[in-house]
Design a protein around this ligand. Structure first.
Ligand SMILES: Nc1ncnc2c1ncn2[C@@H]1O[C@H](COP(=O)(O)OP(=O)(O)OP(=O)(O)O)[C@@H](O)[C@H]1O
Length: 839
């Protein structure tokens, strides 16, 4: 049985290509030779061999047969651990206090116990040496840098009392943050010299930039309701552009929450006419993102959407093609998350939008002047449209956008007026001057940690960290953890793996309905029902009791992406065992910017960003520690990536005068011990058992193996895209493919896997030759479709181009060469997952 598990890799797993040794069937025969040699040795000695110590590498066995496999193992590497008897091989039942020991488990244990002499690999041997972290975690209380200020009030900044009251009573927002305090006086002012200025708002993540522009827009539009002719047919008066659908939706949600404000003071006597009905009828918001049908969007635009939130492409589309889009009187244009807008290549689109808005304005004005419109007069056509650009950074490309989009801009930074009572006019910093002094740092109260994890241990270390964090946050209702991974395939693999692990016997999770389907009652812009999501996004994991696990990436259908966010952000999911359960989100960098997900207590960068360097790191960690709250950021680094820590610290610190930014090291052993518990080194056995359960899951079904392989390969491609100035830290050459395979619960690095659609990844050096999986025509078609769907994005194309361009790593035609010491990763079958899980 175990041999089946060990040896059946070739039967249907799709690995193909030539063995690394270059000999036909090398690894199968090698393994047999090793077994036979050991049996001979046993017979000769007629006594059991000494029990190997778990951590120490066994001394080379003189009588061990010399095989081609051995020849491939570098001489400095210790030999593989050999299992010699059942009692030793069978991992003891975890003594974790919560771990259930069922009869099924016991059966599974006995049936899956390894046979004598079976070669196994240990997670805890053959790992590169990792120096103990020098930095001790010292939790010194630090004053939060993005918190509301005690010494300021919204009223004092000139905010309308109705808005102040709504913020206080309905949104629990009592005091302004530093950036709100800096921006509101200028943006709320109706003085012509102020309204004529465009604005550049820059401040840390989670500092409240959204309210900094939404509040002035609402306050500016509110008085229009006193004009008798105003209703929503006036058209769109404010446009807010966000780079992604998720962000646009989030801004739209905040806007809707604000527009629910009472429009009459509570103590107002009832003798007044009820203006609230009037105002709510016309001052509404709308969301334009791809996904909903254009016809519905057009109908809604025709009705009138006074404040519109949109993604750039869709907005330009309507500006060019929807004649009923009445946007000629637009007074506000906001470009939120400008750095991401530029990164995603929206510069030309934004130029097109600005030209489109100008064109519509000219036409509308002309129509009024010529009397060819039904609109009544009285509109202040002299007032120019004001553009607000928001960004957490002032990088060069953002400055470029500011140069194109803003006229005579006023630069507003949180740090300019962060002292008590200091609201006096200050010399205005220019954008360029602000850029030179800028360092993009995470909020000061954020605790930043890193752990150096040998590749083989990555998966179990992740589980251990999640278990630790979940245990910590479970006392806080609805606490959340975000895990960033390098690519879509890796997200899918990890999410499915953890979901699969919740089934008895390590099988797949039951096919419960996707939480995305719950989204069917969600209204799109048109008010029609959203279509059911095509993909599941929510699950549970037996290794993480009482936790909902979500996934999010750009290849999911729109409804599924929104459902994932909605579920993760706090809506009670179908699978939720309890209200306000903790949640974990596996995602790509799509969730790095701007997303404001309440109660995110920790961000784990399981894969550090391949794009955007430290800036992206800061954006990602900025999903926690928002608006003065606490949070933890964890980074996983491989032993060959240790230089990243100093590099990142230096970049974040910027000028020598800035406060020191420190990442605190945590030993991987401590992490595993805390996640798997037990006495002494018992955590090693538990971690191994978890790893075995994951590997069984991969072997269990062709689809699982495919997920693991795709995850591995896409991760490799993503890793290869680290820019050249990071290659001294992140170079694919330094990755041990066989060890990395373990992190995808694979027993070997995928070997010469052909990906439908073109890209082919060559056999890792030294990899085992396995029987090629014959791909049926149907599989080819399905695979090609899937590939097209998942990899049609620019990033993927760029990855492929980069991989091709890397001469060192390529053979012919864009083939990625990789390396493996795969032969040491054959492990015995394991035990029922239930036994491993602490409940
Ligand atoms: N004055 C305030 N007091 C308390 N909470 C606030 C205040 N202003 C904003 N918040 C809250 O802070 C969180 C972060 O706000 P917001 O998303 O606007 O930050 P941001 O600066 O845009 O961050 P990012 O750069 O990451 O996009 C939100 O949950 C918001 O409700």
């Amino acid at each position: 049985m175990d041999d089946d598990l060990v040896l059946n890799i070739s039967t249907d797993d799709g690995f193909s290509g030539k063995g690394g040794a270059g000999k036909k069937g090398g690894r199968w025969t090698d393994r047999l030779k090793v077994k036979r040699g050991l049996k001979r040795k046993e017979r000769a000695e007629e006594k059991p061999a000494p029990k190997p110590k778990p951590k120490a590498a066994p001394a080379p066995t003189p009588s061990a047969p010399s095989t081609s496999e051995e020849a491939r193992v570098p001489s400095h590497r210790p030999r593989k651990r050999v299992r010699l008897d059942d009692s030793e091989a069978a991992p003891s039942a975890p003594t974790h206090s919560k771990a259930p020991q069922t009869s099924r488990t016991a059966q599974a244990s006995s049936s899956q116990a390894p046979r004598p002499n079976q070669i196994i690999s240990s997670l805890f041997t053959y790992n590169p040496k990792v120096d103990a972290p020098t930095q001790q975690v010292i939790s010194k209380p630090v004053a939060p840098s993005n918190a509301p200020l005690d010494y300021s009030t919204f009223s004092g900044l000139g905010l309308n009392p109705l808005l102040v009251s709504h913020l206080t009573t309905k949104m629990s927002i009592l005091k302004p943050t530093a950036i709100q305090r800096a921006s509101l006086p200028t943006m709320l002012s109706t003085a012509p010299e102020k309204t004529a200025r465009d604005i550049f708002i820059q401040s840390q993540t989670g500092s409240g930039k959204t309210l900094s522009y939404l509040l002035p827009i609402i306050q500016d539009l509110l008085p229009l309701s006193s004009l008798s002719y105003i209703d929503r047919s006036i058209g769109t008066l404010a446009v807010i552009i966000a780079p992604t659908r998720e962000l646009a939706k989030q801004i739209s949600d905040v806007l809707e929450a604000l527009l629910k404000m009472r429009l009459r003071a509570e103590d107002d006597s009832t003798s007044q006419p009820d203006t609230s009905t009037q105002l709510t009828r016309w001052l509404v918001s709308g969301l334009l993102v791809g996904g909903a049908t254009r016809t519905h969007e057009k109908a809604r635009l025709r009705k009138g959407v006074p404040i519109l939130v949109s993604t750039p492409g869709r907005l330009l589309d309507h500006l060019q093609n929807t004649s009923s889009f009445n946007v000629g009187k637009c007074r506000w244009l906001v470009l939120d998350e400008s750095d991401q807008l530029m990164e995603l290549g929206f510069e030309e689109t934004i130029k097109g939008i600005m030209q489109g808005l100008d064109g519509r304005r000219r036409m509308a004005k002309q129509a009024v002047e010529e009397g060819t419109t039904n609109e009544v007069g009285g509109w202040d056509w002299e007032r120019r449209r004001r553009t607000v650009l928001c960004s957490a950074t002032i990088r060069e490309d953002v400055q470029k956008l500011a140069g194109t989009a803003l006229q005579n801009p006023l630069m507003i930074k949180a740090t300019e007026v962060d002292k008590e009572g200091d609201l006096l006019p200050k010399p205005e910093p220019s954008i360029a001057a602000a850029a030179t002094s800028e360092t993009f740092t995470p909020p000061s109260q954020l605790s930043q940690k890193y752990v150096t994890v040998p590749l083989k241990l990555r998966l179990v270390a992740l589980v251990a960290l999640l278990r630790t964090l979940v245990a910590q946050v479970q006392s806080q209702q609805g606490a959340k953890i975000i895990v960033f991974l390098s690519c879509t395939d890796s997200v899918d693999f990890h999410w499915n793996l953890l979901a699969g692990a919740s089934m008895e016997g390590g099988g797949d999770a039951e096919d419960e309905e996707a939480s995305g389907e719950d989204d069917s009652d969600e209204e799109d812009l048109t008010g029609s029902k959203a279509k059911p999501a095509l993909e599941k996004v929510e699950s549970t994991c037996a290794l993480l009791p009482n936790v909902n696990v979500f996934r999010l990436h750009g290849s999911l259908p729109n409804a599924a992406r929104l459902a994932a966010l909605k579920g993760f952000a706090g809506r009670k999911g179908k699978n939720a065992p309890a209200q306000d359960a903790a949640s974990v989100l596996f995602c790509t960098s799509v969730a790095a910017r701007g997303l404001d997900l309440p109660l995110v207590r920790a961000v784990i960068q399981y894969d550090l960003p391949t794009e955007g360097g430290v800036t992206e790191y800061v954006h990602r960690v900025g999903r926690t520690a928002r608006a003065g709250k606490g949070g933890e950021a964890w980074s996983f680094i491989a032993p060959n990536e240790v230089d990243w820590v100093k590099w990142a610290e230096t970049k974040m610190q910027g000028d020598a005068g800035n406060a020191k930014v420190t990442l605190h090291g945590v030993a991987v052993e401590d992490l595993l011990r805390s996640g798997f518990a037990g006495r002494g080194t018992e955590y090693e056995q538990r971690a191994t058992d978890v790893q075995l359960a994951f590997e069984r899951w991969v072997l269990q079904k062709k689809e699982n193996a495919q997920l693991a392989r795709s995850g591995f390969l896409s991760h490799m491609r993503a890793y290869a895209t680290h820019p050249s100035n990071e290659k001294h830290i992140f170079h694919i050459r330094n990755l041990h493919m066989g060890h990395l395979a373990k992190a995808f619960a694979l027993r070997d690095a995928p070997n010469a896997v052909k990906v439908p659609g073109g890209t082919k990844v060559h056999n890792p050096k030294g990899a085992v030759k396995v029987k090629a999986h014959r791909v049926s025509n149907k599989e080819k078609i399905d695979g090609a479709k899937e590939w097209e769907r998942d990899h049609s994005g620019d990033a993927e194309k760029r990855m492929q181009a980069i991989v091709r361009a890397q001469g060192r790593l390529t053979k012919k035609g864009g083939v990625l060469a990789s390396y493996s010491g795969a032969s040491e990763f054959q492990i015995s079958g394991g035990y029922d997952l239930e036994k491993l899980v602490g409940k």
